[in-house]
Design a binder for this molecule. Sequence first.
Ligand SMILES: NC(=O)c1ccc[n+]([C@@H]2O[C@H](COP(=O)([O-])OP(=O)(O)OC[C@H]3O[C@@H](n4cnc5c(N)ncnc54)[C@H](OP(=O)(O)O)[C@@H]3O)[C@@H](O)[C@H]2O)c1
Length: 274
Amino acid sequence: MEKVAIVTGSSSGIGFETVLALARDGYYTYATMRDTKKGSKILEIAKKENLKIEVLQLDVDKDDTIKNSINKIVGDKKRIDVLVSNAGYGLFGCLEDLSMADLKSQFETNFFGLIKVIQAVLPTMRKQRSGILVNVSSVAGRIGFPASPAYISSKFALEGLSESMRYELEPFGIKTIMIEPGVIKTNFFTSLKKSQRPDSAYKEITEKVMKGLSMMAEMGTPPLEVARTIVKAVNTENPLPRYPVGNDAAMFLEAKKNKTDQEFENYIKKELYS
Ligand SMILES: NC(=O)c1ccc[n+]([C@@H]2O[C@H](COP(=O)([O-])OP(=O)(O)OC[C@H]3O[C@@H](n4cnc5c(N)ncnc54)[C@H](OP(=O)(O)O)[C@@H]3O)[C@@H](O)[C@H]2O)c1
């Protein structure tokens, strides 16, 4: 039986590599993206390697595009085995510098958008009594740091959602896992939405964090490593709840586990500012 996978945010980075990795593993893979003109490269590779990849328009902020894509997939394939909820972006700036509109947009895409796509695939997965939901969280879904409270809280929310869903969906044979990458070399950092008031009181801390992040981004893990982790996880009979990816993610999570809250804060300050 042909297995069917859907990936959101496939135009670049982790989503792009995940589509290719799933298709190379034999999945009929739907590369969904908000602008399908960005799908030409993935289709070129698919043609060259004879991979089963279809590009569909899906903007997680737009309900009609979610409905149309999922209806088409279910109509054509009658099943959905894997959903990789990957679409997302980072809003950078300290809390007082962020407008409510920017904060709400961050949650609309990274959190509510993901929920809407999951809700659209669940009836099919429940009916077939199988499926795996892969939620692309972040190491930032487990540790806070300055100048990114919007992004970080959207990923913390995703972690709570994922942990809770696991219990609800297990009786239907549906698995939920979280992928927790550290810093990955993608368009993420060039696409950051930055917000700072002209008279901001947070210029110094914002600059320091941006400098630290830019340095980390230079040394980031390739997105292919995340894609490989996802393929391995979805092919595992009993996948783990969480898959950190990258040495930095492992290092931060290990420190979080072994330190008191106060020790951990001092450690983060040293890592970010020195
Ligand atoms: N890079 C990192 O260091 C890192 C670390 C941890 C977690 N992550 C997470 O990994 C995921 C993928 O990011 P990436 O690193 O691969 O960055 P990326 O190259 O910037 O990819 C982000 C993808 O999300 C898409 N997207 C943004 N808003 C969308 C919307 N409303 N509807 C549908 N698609 C949308 C983008 O599409 P467009 O091309 O149309 O903008 C793009 O395809 C994100 O959830 C991010 O939070 C990244």
